[in-house]
Each structure stands twice: as structure tokens, then as C-alpha cells.
Design a binder for this molecule. Sequence first.
Ligand code: CO
Length: 294
Amino acid sequence: MTMNPRTTSAPSRAVERLVRGLPTSDGAGVKLTRVLTQDLQRRLDPFLMLDAFRNDNPDDYMAGFPDHPHRGFETVTYMIAGRMRHRDSVGNEGLLGPGGAQWMTAGGGLIHSELPEQEDGLMEGFQLWLNLPARNKMVAPSYRDIPPEAIPEFTNADGVRVRIIAGASHGTAGAVERPDTEPLYLDVHMPANSRFTQPIPAGHNAFTYTYRGGVSIAGTMIPDRHMAILDNDGADAVVIDAKEASRLLIVAGKPLAEPIAQYGPFIMNTAEEIQRTLRDYRDGLFEGASVNRL
Ligand code: CO
């Protein structure tokens, strides 16, 4: 009798809950699906939001996200298809294209715009919001463009291609590391009949989001365009099986376990800090001298 390696690998975290997401629009009318909604912020701490957008009708994306402020966290934008131009009040500008990422630390505050740089074709990608610990919420804002070739990747024996936007996977370090929340952000491309196992430290909150095909985790089917929140008890890994060619994100991180106070694009720890933020914004403190050049 031969051992089947598929039945002897590490046990997987189970799926606690499937989430379809909420169709909505944001910015100047961009249609998107809010996958990680405000009611899941505690459960998925340190992650505050995940938006998925996938539109081939320009009317659903052309207006983009004109000037708007942020304070108190980081935004991670990852493009699958299409181009978006970023400009901010700190003076940064960048063009985000297919397979590239943008990591923006809003910190103490900035104003930015994210505008499509195409008039037709598919626009597809994700924006994830990662919280900052209380002591870092007011750090100076910063911004980093990560072109596709700067995102480390590997292919496993099953032909699974893994792109590592943040964290590390199977000995390969990703493009970004964050010590406080140890975020893991993978884009995983699975051929038919393949398996991928990703260790996840005990206690870290984790979820997947399928954006092509469909996968199964510990016996639960996760269809296209669904988030699976992974159970925190037991196994320190997630084992993903794909019968058909599929693509998904795997996201995990260490919870901050700090109070969360959100008012739209501002995420602080207390209501007082939000009031202060609104005053600062009204008083023009988010507008660096460079904003006038944009
Ligand atoms: Co924004």
C-alpha cells in the first residue's frame, strides 16, 4: 500500500464562515464589492476593509476616486487588470498596472486620488486596509509603488504560482513586512487538481478570497467571489484544493486588540481622536504644500 501524500499533509484550519460581500459604490461612483465590511473589523483584526472591483464597463469605474483624505492606517492596492494613477498631498505620484501593488501608509494624514488611466477594457483589483498600532497612527505618511517584477513569487510541485505581496511563504520573503501585525498577503494561482498549503501562526486572523474558479478548504467549497473566514482554533495552516483552475487571495495577520473608532476614511482608537481628526481636516492640516501642484 502506498501513502497518499494528500492525506498525510498538515491538517487545515476549517472555514468558519463564507461571506459574499456587499455590492456598493465608492469614490465618484466606482462599482465594487465590499468583502470585508465594518462589522468584521474585530473578527479580522488587524484588517479593516477589503474591496474587490472587477468591471469591464467604463461607466462603472471611469470617475475613479478623486481627492479624499485618510488617517490612521495603511491601504494596499493590488491590480489584476487595468491601470490606476495615484497622486497625493505629500507629492507622490505613481501608475499602478496589472500585477503591481501600491502600499500607502496614511499615518497622520494625507489626501490622495486614485484615477483610472484607461477608457475601456477590464479594471480589476483589490484594496485592503491594514490597521496601524495606536503608537504609529500619526507617523509621517509614506507611499511605495511595487511593480509586478518586484513582487517575489515561486511555483510549487503542483504548479501552483504564489505571489507574495506581504509576509513570507515557504521560505520566500514578500515585498513588504510589518513587525506589529505580521501581515501575510498572497495571490495564489492554482491549476486544476492542485493543492497549496500555507502555514498560518496560531492566533493570527485569516481569510481567503476566491476571484477565479472555486476551491475547497477542509471540505468546504468556496465559490468564485467569496471570502472564507478561517477558524482560529486548531491547525496552524490552511490547505487549499482546486479541482478547476482557480485564483485566490490569502490574507492573515496578528491582531492588534486595540479599540477601533472609524469615521469614513479615518480610523483611530477613540471618538475623541476622530473629533480631533475632523478638526484637523477642516483646518487644512492634511494638505501639504504639494497638494496645490496636483
Ligand atoms: Co483612498
